[in-house]
Design a protein around this ligand. Structure first.
Ligand SMILES: *[C@@H]1O[C@H](CO)[C@@H](O)[C@H](O)[C@H]1NC(C)=O
Ligand SMILES: *[C@@H]1O[C@H](CO)[C@@H](O)[C@H](O)[C@H]1NC(C)=O
Ligand SMILES: *[C@@H]1O[C@H](CO)[C@@H](O)[C@H](O)[C@H]1NC(C)=O
Length: 223
């Protein structure tokens, strides 16, 4: 039981140190209405460490009201995917509201698979729909965070509840972030953190929709 609680609590970016490769803050009262990012899985840690290695994209809501996180994790004992090989990854939609987690159905995937998470403020329900797809098939979904405004978009690595060995080189593609109002100052120039290559930002509509070119992250020990 302790391990379960520790593992769940550990996925919070609110209190843990992560390696945030991409951090994109909106300016002023602007907010994120939608985002989508596809992780192309690399090799899982081998040997596995004692910790929970996780790769994720995420949106932090205003006033840290909630944290929407499409999680891909690997650990010696996965609390979420009970039937998984050490070489595979466990994927699920996850939202933290305060210390309360809402977790979507977990699904196993192997290196080379494409894990897309979409986050969208549903204009009819006013809920955020978070959907996780493996190679185009919807596997995990949660809806939370009614009426909240997205303030920060992240792409990160994390090691929770122990120490982690290096995760293989991996990449993020088809990353899109849509803002409520156009803002050309949303653009990040220059390189991203932790040796990542690419991720150049462009906008097809003068600052409302933003795309990142493929972002390649080298083999890294998550922290
Ligand atoms: C909004 O949510 C409703 C109810 O879950 C769903 O049927 C609809 O497809 C959603 N709209 C969009 C644009 O995703
Ligand atoms: C939101 O998720 C809950 C629990 O999974 C589900 O019962 C409900 O139908 C969903 N609501 C909408 C509007 O999608
Ligand atoms: C790329 O992302 C968009 C949403 O931003 C999605 O509609 C599309 O299916 C994605 N393409 C692939 C190849 O996953």
């Amino acid at each position: 039981m302790m391990k379960v609680l520790a593992a769940v609590a550990a996925l919070t970016a609110l209190t843990q140190a992560n390696l945030d490769v991409v951090t994109l803050n909106v300016n002023g009262d602007n907010y994120i209405t939608e985002a989508s990012a596809t992780l192309v899985l690399g090799k899982a840690p081998n040997p596995q460490g004692s910790g929970d290695a996780a790769l994720w994209s995420a949106i932090m809501m205003e006033n840290q009201a909630s944290f929407l996180q499409g999680v891909t994790q690997n650990s010696a004992q996965s609390y979420w995917c009970t039937s998984i090989l050490p070489t595979q990854w466990c994927n699920f939609a996850y939202t933290l509201v305060g210390s309360q987690a809402t977790v979507g159905k977990p699904a196993v995937a192997s290196p080379g698979s494409k894990i897309r998470t979409s986050y969208k403020l549903n204009s009819s329900t006013k809920l955020w729909d978070q959907n996780v797809y493996i190679d185009g098939n919807l596997v995990s979904t949660v809806n939370t965070s009614k009426g909240q405004h997205g303030k920060i978009f992240y792409i990160s690595l994390e090691c929770a509840s122990g120490t982690c060995a290096a995760v293989g080189a991996h990449s993020w593609e088809n990353v899109t972030i849509i803002l409520d109002k156009a803002d050309l100052k949303f653009k990040h120039s220059g390189s991203w953190q932790y040796g990542a290559i690419g991720g150049e930002m462009t906008t097809p509509d003068n600052g409302k929709t933003w795309k990142l070119s493929t972002l390649s992250i080298p083999q890294t020990i998550p922290q």
